[in-house]
Structure formats: C-alpha cells, structure tokens
Design a protein around this ligand. Structure first.
Ligand code: C5P
Length: 324
C-alpha cells in the first residue's frame, strides 16, 4: 500500500524477452514483408548517436510525423467513383481541438482498474479495434470519440464489423500496413486486408458516421522515428495501433493521458480486458515493435512514475502545447 513498485524499464531490449518471443521478433526482423530499406536502421542521428531526452523526442516526433488521412483528391482515389465516400477534409481539420484526451489501450491490466470515471472525464476518448465499453464501464468508461481500427478487424467474420453496434459510436479511423516506400496506387493493389472494399460497404450501410482512412505514410514516419532512437534493429513492421492512436490524439489535443500502455501494478499476461486469452506478446510485442514504442513513451512521459504504477497512466503534451 503506497509503495512504488517497478514500472516500465525504458531500456527494454529484445534480449530481455523470453526465448519464444525473442525468436518471433528475430523472424519478423528478418522477414521484412514491407520492404523497409536497410539504411534506415540506425542511420544518421540514429541508434548509434547520443540518447535523446524526453523533450528532444517530443520535438523529433512533432517534426517527423504528420497525421493525415485520405481525401477524394489523393491519387489514385481521385479517379475512382467511390472516392466521394471519403471525407472531403483530413481528420485533423475536422476533429477538436480538445483540451484533455484519453487513449485507452486494450490491455488486460485495465481489468478491475476502476478507471472508467476518470477516463470519461476527458474531452475526447480514443479506443481501439473491437474493445467494448458495454459490460466494462467501471474499468474503461463509456465515452468513445474516436475508434481506431485495423484492416484485419474490418475484414474478419468474427468481428462482424459491418453489423455490430460496437463500431457505431464516435468517429472511425481505419488503417492498413502499406509497403514502406509505395505510393498510394501500389498500396491500393497490395493491402494486407481488403480495407477499401470494407470501407465502401460500411460507408454505404452507415452513411452518417464519420469514417476516415489513415494515410499509410504516417505509420512509416512513426516507424522511422522509433528506429532512429534505438540501438538495435526493431521489427520491420508498422507500429501498433496504440502508438498510432496516441500520436493521432497528440495532433488534436492539449494533453493526452494514455492508459495501461505502460502496464500498472495490475500488469498481467491477460491480453485484452475483454477476452480470456493470455499471451505476453500482447504487452511486449511480436509483430509490432511494441517494446520500443513503450521505451519511447516512457521517455516522453511528463507525469510521475507513481501514476504509471497506480493508474497505468502516462501524460503526454499535444503537439501544439510545446515549441521546439
Ligand atoms: O490488440 P489491440 O491492437 O486491439 O490493442 C490496442 C493497442 O493497445 C495495441 O496496439 C497496443 O498498443 C496496446 N496494448 C498493450 N498491451 C496489451 C494489449 C494492447 O499495450 N496487453
């Protein structure tokens, strides 16, 4: 009671993982599905250089990552009939600005957290994929301003994306991993999951709900920033939804509280607060460079470690709240 235990170690590296996870990370590192060029590993100002401070990292992130979404003007969509389904303006022109925002990771450690009221006290709340509020209100709250969903959730039969009421609250933002250096045309013909088909179907069924598609450039700008600050080669796959959503909210909010991205004293191998499935990979990463994302977030955190320990809460300033 009242004692401060261990919180996320910002020097976490793959060597500190168990044998199984280490192997999975190595495999993804070698696979390079998205054709990430070798020279971005380490590189100028990168892994070899001096360690950046929290404020320096925040400035680098602000300078290098520009959150934007597809509009009907983007090629090749401009020549496709369904492009009129895309919002006329990018998300950041339509959303906010907000004062206090909450990003709710889907981590198992949210279970029995009692954080629902605190989360709902924010001006805007971002949730991920198929994370429910119904049945979990005490721990995660009820408010949903934005839901960030990946193309896998959109395409899978189990999630009933087109018909489930889970997705009907708030603004939807979808994303799908594109090849590292592709233009949008290349991606359009080579998505991981059929994001565009599902987008069109959803928009026709729910024409009143705002629905954006993240520009895939954002993922790789963010990936470059993570790799540039790590001494070792990270997985050559896009960052997790968790970090994408955090940066999205930093673009439209004064202050962002991220919940249970850095695990609290409730840390657990339970993957999601809403499912009975256990796997340490959910918290430490396998496909996503999640370990390294968490190292950076720990360094950028402006709140005390105590808040991580008790609330799993990290405090990050919005991009318009600091000068570089
Ligand atoms: O699993 P899903 O991607 O839907 O979860 C949303 C985000 O929450 C993840 O991308 C990850 O950043 C974060 N998360 C986590 N630890 C977990 C589960 C999710 O950090 N155990």
């Amino acid at each position: 009671h009242g004692t401060l235990g261990e919180v996320w170690d910002e020097e976490m590296s793959s060597s500190m993982l168990g044998k199984r996870l280490r192997k999975v990370v190595q495999n993804y590192q070698a696979m390079n599905k998205y054709g990430v060029p070798l020279q971005t590993r380490g590189g100028a100002g990168g892994g070899g250089g001096p360690k950046r401070s929290g404020p320096e990292l925040l400035c680098q992130l602000k300078g290098r990552v520009g959150v934007t979404t597809l509009t009907p003007e983007h090629k090749p969509f401009s020549s496709l009939l369904w492009a009129t389904l895309l919002p006329p303006r990018p998300l950041t022109s339509d959303l906010g600005p907000f004062k206090r925002c909450a990003v709710v990771s889907s981590a198992g450690s949210l279970k029995n957290s009692g954080l629902g009221k605190e989360i709902d006290s924010h001006d805007a709340v971002l949730r991920f994929n198929s994370a429910p509020t119904v049945g979990f209100v005490k721990d995660v709250g009820t408010k949903t301003t934005v839901r960030l969903i990946n193309s896998q959730v959109m395409a899978s039969d189990d999630h009933r994306f087109l018909s489930s009421s889970l997705y009907s609250a708030g603004i939807l933002v979808a994303w799908d991993p594109a090849p590292y250096s592709s233009d949008l045309g290349e991606w359009y013909n080579k998505t991981d999951y059929p994001i565009f088909l599902q987008y069109q179907k959803y928009r026709r069924l729910h024409p009143q709900q705002p629905f954006y598609i993240l520009h895939p450039r954002v993922e790789w700008q963010l990936w470059d920033t993570i790799q540039a600050n790590m001494a070792e080669a990270i997985q050559r796959n896009p960052p997790s939804s968790g970090l994408l959503g955090t940066v999205l909210m930093m673009s439209v909010c004064e202050v962002v509280h991220v919940y249970e991205f850095l695990p609290s004293r409730r840390k657990t191998e339970l993957c999601h607060y809403y499912q009975r499935f256990y796997d340490a990979a959910c918290t430490l990463g396998a496909y996503h460079p999640l370990l390294y994302e968490k190292n950076l977030v720990k360094r950028m955190n402006q709140g005390p470690d105590r808040h991580i320990f008790t609330h799993g809460r990290v405090t990050l300033p919005g991009f318009n709240s600091f000068n570089c």
